[in-house]
Design a protein around this ligand. Structure first.
Ligand SMILES: [Zn+2]
Length: 317
């Protein structure tokens, strides 16, 4: 049987016309979002006003396959990707998706930034050990490790797939969060976590995230210092590109209490010096460009919030 290409194309043409004319319904779901209950190919999307995406991507994964048996390549993927997924699961990711040698976790609702950053830093810490074990086992293995990007923003979701095949339906996430986190991860290297402007706006004041514990090569007692530096995320076209890079994983002495403090909602530390705090404050307001970008992001968040309010009001009628 031949494929009736012209029929297919003309069906698509008509479908596009109808879809664009009759816009889908968007339902605001901030308080009741359920990924298991997304509409399937209906003319309806569910919306979350703010989602945090953590994208992880294994560096040089194609080179890792070279000269290796399928079983040893498979063991590397299992160890790496499986480990990252375990971290996301433990830190309460609301959705996890794997795509080959990487994937992403989504966080929404309460403490979404804290859980997301906790995951990213834990994957970063795990990545160091994973890389060490890999290099010890296979001398001359290409340098690898996870590249990590974190971004946030509103998202639209529904299920897309073959209507009568549940196992062929996947949630789709439309919005900048996943896309920008992926762009940030692409630019990152395994020693740094890159976050977009809005993520820094949300976490920059958290002193458990912003400053070190004060250990010097694992020995406690030093002075807490700023762990971040400003970066420009070249592939991001708007003001989210004014991001920050974190250069460190968890300290093996203080990581656990720090992570738990973050998850508990603590933000203030008495041991951080005033001049370190000033350095931190300059990260997002050290130039007129940075100040303007921050302002634009704030305006954008207000616009998103008022969209949400309007949707909720319309829904309650
Ligand atoms: Zn420490």
């Amino acid at each position: 049987m031949g494929l009736e290409l012209y029929d297919l194309l003309s069906t698509l043409k008509q479908r596009t016309k109808t879809k664009l004319e009759k816009q889908p319904e968007v339902v605001e779901k901030d308080s009741s979002f359920d990924v298991g209950n997304l509409p399937v190919d209906a003319a309806r999307w569910h919306r979350l006003s703010d989602v945090v995406a953590v994208v992880f991507d294994l560096k040089s994964s194609t080179n890792l396959e070279r000269g290796r048996t399928p079983a040893s390549t498979a063991s590397i993927y299992d160890a790496a990707v499986g480990g990252a997924v375990k971290v996301l699961e433990q830190l309460g990711a609301d959705f996890v998706d794997i795509q080959g040698d990487g994937g992403f976790g989504l966080f929404w609702g309460d403490s979404r930034y804290e859980r997301a950053m906790g995951s990213a830093i834990t994957i970063r810490t795990f990545s160091d050990d994973f890389t060490e074990q890999l290099e010890a086992k296979w001398k001359g293995a290409p340098s690898t490790g996870f590249k990590l990007g974190v971004a946030s923003g509103p998202i639209l979701a529904k299920r897309v797939g073959l209507a009568r095949h549940l196992d062929l339906q996947e949630p789709v996430w439309a919005g900048r969060a996943v896309n920008y986190a992926a762009k940030a991860a692409q630019q990152a290297d395994p020693k740094h976590i890159f976050v977009t402007g809005s993520v820094w706006d949300a976490i920059g004041d958290n002193e458990f995230l912003a400053f070190s514990c004060g250990c010097d090569s694992g020995i406690p007692g030093g002075t807490p210092s700023l762990l971040w530096e400003s970066i420009e995320l070249n592939k991001i076209p708007d003001d989210e590109r004014f991001g920050q890079a974190l250069r460190s994983g968890w300290c093996l002495t203080h990581g656990e209490p720090f992570l738990n403090a973050i998850l508990d909602g603590q933000t203030f530390r008495e041991d951080v010096a005033v001049d370190e705090r000033s350095k931190r404050n300059l990260l997002a307001s050290g130039s007129t460009d940075l100040i303007a970008a921050r302002k634009t992001r704030e305006t954008e968040r207000q616009r998103v919030a008022s969209d949400s309010a309007a949707l909720l009001k319309a829904q309650s009628k």
